[in-house]
Design a protein. Structure first.
Length: 151
């Protein structure tokens, strides 16, 4: 099972449709549990990250292997991501991926993670990034199962 923690709700129907499509595709390979926590609106950015971080941490179990998705994380190509995913699942890890809000992740969430991944040094809206992540997760399962997938 893979748990995906996200800050904020998907508002646009086209993002909701894309996420639903990848959830359907991924159901062949794994159980996906998506949890959304509310995004905060304070004037202080650190306060926003800390409050969102507290909410995220409520959904992280002691046994979870936490992988944060952040600009400062390690960049992997799709094959390396697939291999990493396969190795972690073979070790029986409870995988928990975390996508932060507009200002990123709190230091407490980053400290809790065992791995941090970056898809790019560019900044993406967190709603769009959720779709990008699910596509790469699906691609990883296709790779690991030696199945064709369009490029």
């Amino acid at each position: 099972m893979i748990k995906l923690l996200c800050v904020g709700k998907l508002k646009e129907k086209y993002f909701q449709d894309a996420v639903a499509e990848y959830e359907k595709r991924l159901s062949k390979y794994t159980k996906l549990r998506m949890i959304e926590v509310a995004d905060c609106s304070y004037d202080d950015i650190e306060k926003v990250k800390e409050k969102e971080g507290e909410e995220l941490l409520k959904h992280i179990d002691e046994r979870d292997y936490v992988i944060t998705l952040a600009i400062e994380g390690k960049q992997l190509d799709s094959l390396s991501f697939a291999k990493t995913l396969d190795q972690l699942e073979m070790q029986g890890k409870n995988l928990c991926f975390v996508i932060g809000g507009s200002y990123g992740l709190s230091s407490s969430v980053l400290k809790r993670s065992q791995m941090s991944l970056s898809f790019s040094s560019m900044t993406f809206p967190h709603q769009l990034f959720r779709v990008l992540f699910l596509e790469q997760l699906y691609r990883a399962y296709k790779i690991n199962n030696n199945e064709k997938y369009h490029k």
